[in-house]
Design a protein. Sequence first.
Lengths: 155, 759
Amino acid sequence: MTERISATINGEPFTGEVPAEELLLDFLRDRLGLTGAKQSCEVQVCGVCTVLVDGDPVSSCCYLAADVDGRQVETIEGLAGTDFHRRAADAFMRHAAVQCGFCTAGMLLTAKALAARGTGGDRDGIAAAMSGNLCRCTGYVSILDSLTELLGGQP
Amino acid sequence: MNAVGQSVERADGRLKLSGQAEYTGDLRQPGMLYGAVLHSPVAHARIASVGARAAEAADGVVAVLTAADLTDIDPYYGHALRDRPVVALGKVRFLGEPVAVVAAESQAAADAAVTLIDVAYDELPIAASLETALAPDAPLVHEKRARPGSAHGLGDLPDADGNTCYSYSFRRGDTDRAFAGAAVVVEGEYTFPAVYQYSMETHTTIAHWHGGELTLWSSCQHPFLVRQEIAALFGLPLDQVRIIVPFLGGGFGSKSYTKMEPLTAAIARKAGRPVRILNAVHESMITTRRHGMTARMRTAAAADGTLLGRECQAWLDTGAYADNGPRVTATAGDAAPGPYRWQALDVQAHCVYTNTSPSGSYRAFGATHLQWIAESQLDEVARRLDIDRLEIRRQNLLRPGEEVRPGGKPLDADLVGDVEKAASAIGWSEPPARSAARKRRGRGVSVGLLAAGAHPVSMATVRMGPDGSVTVLNGTTELGQGARTVMAQIAAGVLHAPVGKVVVRGTDTRYTPYDRSTGASRSTTVAGLAVQRAAQDVLNSLLETAAAKLEAPPQLLTPVEGAIRDAGGRTMTHAELVRARFGFDGGELIGHGRVQPEGGSGSYAEGPVFWEVCVAGAEIEVDLDTGVVTVLRTSTVADVGKAINPQLVARQDEGATLQGLGNALFEEMHFAPDGMLLNDTLLSYRIPAFRDVPAAMRCSIVENGDGPGPFGAKGCGEGALAAVPAAVVNALADAGVPMTTLPLTPERVWRRIRELKIS
């Protein structure tokens, strides 16, 4: 069974049939070739598949593609090139907060949602809000430094 | 400014930040099929029959691989022991072992077809734990001794004894005398859990046969060793097996040696089309893990704190196949004495088969297993003799140049200085802060050594084009540690080239020169030395051309940023020199660098290449009512000789610290008596998250220029993982709760508090 969806993916309209059971992650990676979102835990714990749906971070590994009908989806490919991404990337580079890079896209997209919500620059608050994104390389300190710097000036 | 010693930006950082970095799972080969593995539902059984017809007839299925397809090859692999078949042959040895593989047009079709394969098992008694596997009447996981693999590096392997597939032991001095003369003897039994490395990218491999040659794209740390094993399996010359390594989403040892490559190559051979196998997390968890261990240790000391003797017996659970277990076992044995002077030692470490998933390498293996035990006994000696715990280390620690083990590399680090730094960073000399009611604080430090560098064979090629751009070809895998950045810095540093002009590519064994492996903290030291030599080779060519063109004596020429200058101040840029040499806008300079064993075989016994320092401090608070241990601050010491990129060095220690806290506090794989892994998802197996970062984490970088690598460098990145759990255990004992089992879960700590009647 397929479902017809109309959605906006990274600012571009998409209209087409998707299998009813297709996961948003597979839809993005296999159908659209947007491979910036990664697959890992498949149970909404690790955050490497995070994308934004109507601005909210979701685990695309547990979200049906059919459910983005009428919504806006933003992936790292869409975020790249925006002013937020430039500032975030500069902060991450300054603090060497990228190592293997597998978690990086998810981190940036969650951070974008935090910025949009106006979550302040309190370090503990950021750490709590980012608890759905895991990283096995960095020890988190450099990511926290980057995000505190990035989100610190926000109301 | 010379690139060496600078925290230059990561070469791959912006690519990764934009989502454009390609990992194996992001690749699509034309005509690629999707593989799904049938895993054994039982831990130990004879395979009576395998029926694949229904699966073969299912929609979208192109091929089904079973043991029957392996009759024309030598189906066993294993770099230490060739004990592992591509798929189970005759019997299964662990719950989850691959029995068959389906290749289909879609992942969904492959996943569906796998359920149609009909396997009949005749179940056998199960030895799913060390205790059952070591019992006198234990079922044998392997009835026959496997052949040695091609890269065990452990000399003559002793005969197997029951389920013990390898033993490592050494004795020095007379332990009976040492213990008889002791003022204090500390002894105990200890348990270390099985732990999952959890690189966020799971094992992923694509195989493609074309014209009799095999190409593999794989998330592997050691492509050249994988090539060797695959070539041996399929009877191919090395140059007909090509391994291409995209970016890795972490490794930590889990992608060392051969993992999913044989299975993927075998199903692709049958399907006649490219096939990808991308593990789910629960599949990667049974592909490799850290060895669980039980150990006994005794330590004897004189009344003045002088260490006299130590005995240690350790049993490491390698699961159903050896993988890197023998090396892990030997390294664990070597970690038992710690870096101290002893009159007598008696150490035995055993690698034991069980009917559980195979164990292999995980960052700081062996040292992580033993250091917390050895260091907790040293603290207990100090407590009983009323000696300061830092002082007893000063008193007994080896000094630079002293023998660590007979015939091996002497100590090449200032451990006293290192541990003093770790202690001072957690406020060792300050009075302890007051804790809240029903909470207690404690501090601990730990010191250890890890035999690092593996076998010292690495090659590199550096190419400079007529525009002055530089390409480094070296087989080190970029798995997040920053190898491509560091190699670029080394080449740039030698050539005095702007680091932005140097590009380091990923490995393609068809073109990239040989490098043994990416592990054992060896890349900066060993592969980096090859890169340094290759760059020097190019620099020599530049100097030669400059001497001819500037008509200047070579000794009066100086490399300056992007150019060579003579004594009179005339310069020629790199681009001008390359073009001048070849007489037109073309040609290239190619430099070769080689590292091989110097004055010896390079064997494990004669090594290591260097001793990696494992030093940390920790301050904790324990809640007496709940058993919750909160780590307040940690300190680590990256004793790296020379930090090529200080920021990347600090990241290594920070990452290892968090993994160390996970290993110490909550990470543990639970196997049921029937061999089933009970917590095989991230819902039930927790790794450290943002909230687990201690309030203060301090990494001190020590640069004594005492490493054998480029510019006096030596490797780092593993030591902190061995040292942090030990420091945490010692801090908890300092707070009054000595523990002999990891991880330090609240329940376990709470029970111990009750047992000791602490109030």
